[in-house]
Ligand binder design. Sequence first.
Ligand SMILES: Nc1ncnc2c1ncn2[C@@H]1O[C@H](COP(=O)(O)OP(=O)(O)OP(=O)(O)O)[C@@H](O)[C@H]1O
Ligand SMILES: [Mg+2]
Length: 320
Amino acid sequence: MTVNPARKVLLEASGITKVFGTGAGQVMPLKGIDLKLYSGELTLLMGPSGSGKTTLLSILGCILSPTDGELTVAGQSTLGADAERLADIRRNHVGFVFQSYNLFPTMTARENVMLALDVRSKAVPDPNADAMRALDAVGLTHRAHAYPAKLSGGEKQRVAIARALAGSPSVILADEPTAALDAENGRTVMALLSEVAKDTSRAVLAVTHDHRTLPYADRIILIDDGRIESDERPNKSDNGGGTTQVHVSTGHLNLNGDNGNGTSESKAGNGASPAANTSATTAKPAANGQAKPAPTNGNTKPNNANRATGRRRKKVKHHV
Ligand SMILES: Nc1ncnc2c1ncn2[C@@H]1O[C@H](COP(=O)(O)OP(=O)(O)OP(=O)(O)O)[C@@H](O)[C@H]1O
Ligand SMILES: [Mg+2]
């Protein structure tokens, strides 16, 4: 698979290790991770339970500090950063999506999204308009005033994605975003993340055990026992995405005001992602939940990294 030569490195991690605890109770879930995330790409991070995925995501998102190693997010180095500086980088450059949505039950969808704008230090001239634009991006304008209890699981996750997008952070990190969703909603959410990743100023990394998400990946990283085992850019035939049709309106996901075309054209050109088949003319995704991906393998937790792609494990390819 070819990559867009205009892609930018939005996150760079080198030599990341993490140790929890001391003495006999000490664990080392990350043992030296080197990783770059690029604009315009949806990267999936897969691996067995306990392999370090959430720990890595937490470090990349500046929730946790690494024990060793260096991290740069949107050009901001975290080397020597204290907790406040880390929080500052996180608030301004990272958006999170969690399996359990993490919406405030006493706030409407719009208010939940606006909350994310509150924490970003960049002043937003019209937070309401920004929040509504983010909700529009996920096809939920009509649910803006609904409380989470009135939303379906898929809708809640789409609000969570809107919240992550609000304020246009450079890096979106999602931890098992489809794990609590049924097949159709899972596909809709992945189609959205795939669209979100087309923005030329944004990179998306999603941790997943869900084989249904594979057709949406531009890149798949397998991690095992705290080390990257493989790092590949699948071809359509590898992930079964060849016949995927994802009916998502691309026009609603550009929250930055740029044309958002560069990388997505490149992706369309290489044909490696289902996003390449995205229809820009269909209705908003989510509004009708029309995502029709390739045959799915179900949502299973692989017990080894090989199963994550159904392929033989390969030596790490540092192609990126
Ligand atoms: N705060 C902590 N203190 C001690 N050990 C921890 C802590 N957080 C994670 N660990 C350990 O680090 C290892 C990696 O955990 P992590 O949550 O990153 O795995 P994971 O790949 O996300 O697993 P899963 O797929 O089950 O979510 C595990 O052995 C876990 O028990
Ligand atoms: Mg985890």
